[in-house]
Design a binder for this molecule. Structure first.
Ligand SMILES: Cc1cc2nc3c(=O)[nH]c(=O)nc-3n(C[C@H](O)[C@H](O)[C@H](O)COP(=O)(O)OP(=O)(O)OC[C@H]3O[C@@H](n4cnc5c(N)ncnc54)[C@H](O)[C@@H]3O)c2cc1C
Length: 403
């Protein structure tokens, strides 16, 4: 990994990039093969996490008062680009989905008591969590259709529903459950949702199974049945009816991080592809001399630079506190598709090794495909882009491409 300072960035951001790259390139990537050995690798994980903490780079997504680095949105985006060179970096740096998303929501919507009880132990790594929104019988891409209900009875919520795909559910101590509550008016469809914190050992909270994804169950994407689950009213996150807004907060920022992670993965795939092309001799010459392969390199370079600029621009809009919804949708469609193409070409250049689990390319490819439907499918984001553009023109304006 070769990272020079970017002249247009401030010194602090460049230093952050350099320090992150040092750990990822020197400590994580060379030991990737040792990090997948279950309990045998526990010590190594702890050692690397300690190295990150000693460098002051732990939990960059959280404010300092909650044990994080307290850096802004843009700095984290630049850091993500480097972290994503290894699939192990994010957890080693204290960012583990869905805990990281839950932490951000608890920071923004949690009461002092909720922060003490759930956020602090989550950040210290003493607890695990999951986020349960999607349901098998209702379209997740239209969250207003969700049917899990929470009804007030005395000073408790009583929750009934069926969820699935709740990542990390098997290990979770608590779930943030998206529930339909009936407080809002019929006209306010989004206002009917509330996110409620449910400890996973509450009677009636039934973990059914881990849904295998691409043949693996290690993501613990849980199917859950909630039967008369009772939790105190104060377990609601934010005011009743704010669940939809909280989900948008979580997903909006998360999508930018996912895309910057995609860019980092593309750089790694590109680096692997170019090195392999220069080393591998086939039919009387190295692969890098063949024009088909040169085409792969050129197309991948363009995919990466286009994705990177789009994502940084979107992060800049967010950092400026402006409305980034159209750009978030644009990167959410474009960038995972670009990663799919780049990983695909890198796999092709590696031949059988490319689809083996000996190297990270097949994982990138599967991840990129999954991202095209998770966190809002492509079609929904395209509709949103067109809607925002058309709305602007209908109000007599044209698209402002200033920032
Ligand atoms: C690996 C993984 C991890 C996940 N983790 C979590 C988690 O932790 N918590 C959680 O709650 N959920 C999680 N999910 C669920 C994910 O968020 C949903 O799968 C996603 O929101 C899509 O919902 P759905 O699967 O119900 O698809 P549906 O809503 O049924 O959509 C199916 C397809 O319909 C099409 N479509 C939808 N709307 C339109 C439209 N308006 N016009 C045209 N076509 C349309 C799209 O092609 C879409 O892919 C995870 C999913 C995966 C794969």
């Amino acid at each position: 990994m070769q990272i020079s300072p970017i002249p247009t960035l401030d010194e602090e951001t460049n230093l952050l990039r350099e320090m992150t790259a040092k750990i990822v390139a020197e400590k994580i990537i060379p030991q990737e093969h040792l990090l997948t050995r279950g309990s045998e690798s526990t010590e190594l994980w702890a050692e690397l996490q300690q190295a990150v903490k000693d460098s002051g780079l732990w939990a960059p997504h959280l404010p300092e008062e909650y044990g994080g680095m307290g850096i802004g949105f843009l700095k984290l985006a630049y850091m993500n680009e480097i972290l994503a060179w290894s699939p192990f970096s994010n957890p080693i740096f204290g960012i583990m989905a869905p805990n990281s998303g839950n932490q951000k929501i608890l920071v923004k919507y949690g009461t002092a008591e909720q922060k003490k009880r759930w956020l602090e132990p989550l950040t210290r790594g003493e607890m695990q969590s999951c986020f349960a929104m999607t349901e098998p019988d209702n379209p997740g891409s239209d969250p207003r259709s969700l049917q899990t209900r929470a009804v007030r009875e005395g000073d408790e919520w009583v929750i009934n529903g069926h969820k699935w795909m709740a990542s990390n559910a098997k290990r979770a101590d608590f779930a943030i459950v998206m529930c339909r509550t009936e407080d809002a008016s019929d006209a306010d469809v989004n206002g009917r949702m509330t996110q409620i914190i449910v400890p996973c050992d509450t009677p009636g909270f039934n973990y059914i199974r881990s849904v295998p994804i691409w043949g693996h169950s290690n993501g613990h994407h849980g199917e859950l049945i909630l039967e008369d689950v009772r939790v105190p009213l104060e377990n609601a996150l934010g005011r009743a009816g704010s669940g939809h807004a909280a989900a948008q907060d979580r997903l909006g920022a998360g999508r930018v991080y996912h895309c910057m992670n995609c860019v980092g993965q593309m750089w790694r795939a590109f680096d692997m592809m170019v090195r392999r092309a220069m080393d591998r001799e086939v039919h009387g010459g190295v692969l890098s001399e063949k024009q088909f392969i040169q085409g792969f390199i050129a197309d991948s370079y363009m995919d990466i630079q286009a994705s990177r600029l789009m994502t940084i621009r979107c992060a800049e809009i967010m950092e400026a506190g402006q409305d980034a919804r159209t750009d978030i949708s644009a990167i959410k469609i474009f960038v995972p598709a670009a990663l799919s193409r780049v990983a695909d070409r890198a796999i092709q250049v590696h031949g059988a090794l490319g689809v083996s689990s000996e190297i990270p390319l097949e994982g990138m490819y599967r991840g990129a495909r999954t991202l095209r439907l998770a966190d809002g499918p492509d079609e929904v984001h395209k509709i949103l882009i067109a809607k925002n553009v058309l709305k602007r023109y209908a109000s007599g304006q044209s698209w402002d491409f200033g920032i």
